[in-house]
Design a protein around this ligand. Structure first.
Ligand SMILES: [Zn+2]
Ligand SMILES: [Zn+2]
Length: 268
């Protein structure tokens, strides 16, 4: 069994064929899918997806691209929405200085609000980081000093030091189709150094389809290709990597473990 720990089922490229995509995912062994929030204001859409499809969980939060669209949502409002039984995490939130669709100071402020929401709710934070390693490390270390929270560095594509800091802070590191791309040698070296018990896999669909589908619209079923590539990188069989990442997923996303009746296993 595989889990796509991060995708965007509400995206216009996927939204009108979700049942078909989930059937294909199931046929590929991808039995759980997390649809990740980009806007708190779209809560109803995520809620509906998770309520209509038993294999789907969701998160709630504001993507850094959209931080300037919802700059003032208080942590309490995020925590309140996160009480929905199938909402298993906070985010995605973070810093994206590559596109910088929102000003840096707004991204940072909104990110800190999401860390507070993760801390208050006890739910893990899904962190988006791109071309912002130094500020990301600074905020994570500063905030961890103010009180613990749990997190995953999703679609990891940053530098080695951010991965090391994340692991040292107890975080998980999730790899996407980028790890299958020919020129990703440095990323594969970083992945090989992450402890296997901290690895997750994801598609980030509809973006970043893995080889051999690179350039096409990504979908949850394709996480199997990423998992196979990652297994090679870390020296596990595909079955071992699938089992490890699924176990890791439930250890991080405890609410999903409880929903799936796996709480004791996840705690082990
Ligand atoms: Zn992201
Ligand atoms: Zn995403």
């Amino acid at each position: 069994m595989l889990i796509d720990s991060h995708c965007h089922l509400d995206h216009v490229k996927l939204g009108d064929r979700v049942p078909e995509l989930l059937a294909r995912a199931g046929a590929a062994g991808v039995e759980r899918v997390v649809t990740i929030s980009t806007h708190v204001s779209r809560f109803e859409r995520y809620r509906e997806l998770a309520e209509h499809h038993p294999s789907v969980f969701f998160t709630i939060g504001t993507h850094p691209h959209h931080a300037a669209e919802e700059p003032d949502v208080p942590a309490a409002a995020i925590v309140e929405k996160a009480q929905h039984p199938r909402c298993i995490g906070i985010g995605e939130s973070g810093l994206d200085y590559h596109y910088q669709f929102s000003p840096r100071d707004v991204q940072q402020r909104v990110f800190r609000t999401h860390i507070a929401a993760a801390r208050q709710s006890g739910l893990p934070l899904v962190i988006h980081a791109r071309d912002a390693d130094e500020d990301m490390i600074g905020i994570l270390e500063d905030e961890m000093g103010q009180g613990p929270f749990r997190a995953v560095l999703h679609c990891f594509s940053s530098g080695r030091r951010l991965a090391e800091v994340g692991v040292a802070l107890g975080f998980y590191v999730s790899f996407s189709g980028i790890v299958t791309f020919k020129r990703s040698e440095e990323l594969r070296a970083i992945a090989a150094a992450v402890p296997p018990e901290r690895l997750l896999v994801e598609t980030d669909a509809p973006y970043l389809a893995p080889e051999p589908h690179r350039g096409k619209t990504n979908e949850p079923a394709f996480v199997a290709h990423t998992a196979a590539a990652l297994a090679d990188v870390v020296g596990l069989t595909a079955e071992e990597l699938a089992a490890a990442t699924t176990r890791n997923f439930y250890r991080l996303f405890r609410k999903a473990a409880a929903l799936d009746g796996l709480l004791s296993e996840a705690a082990a």
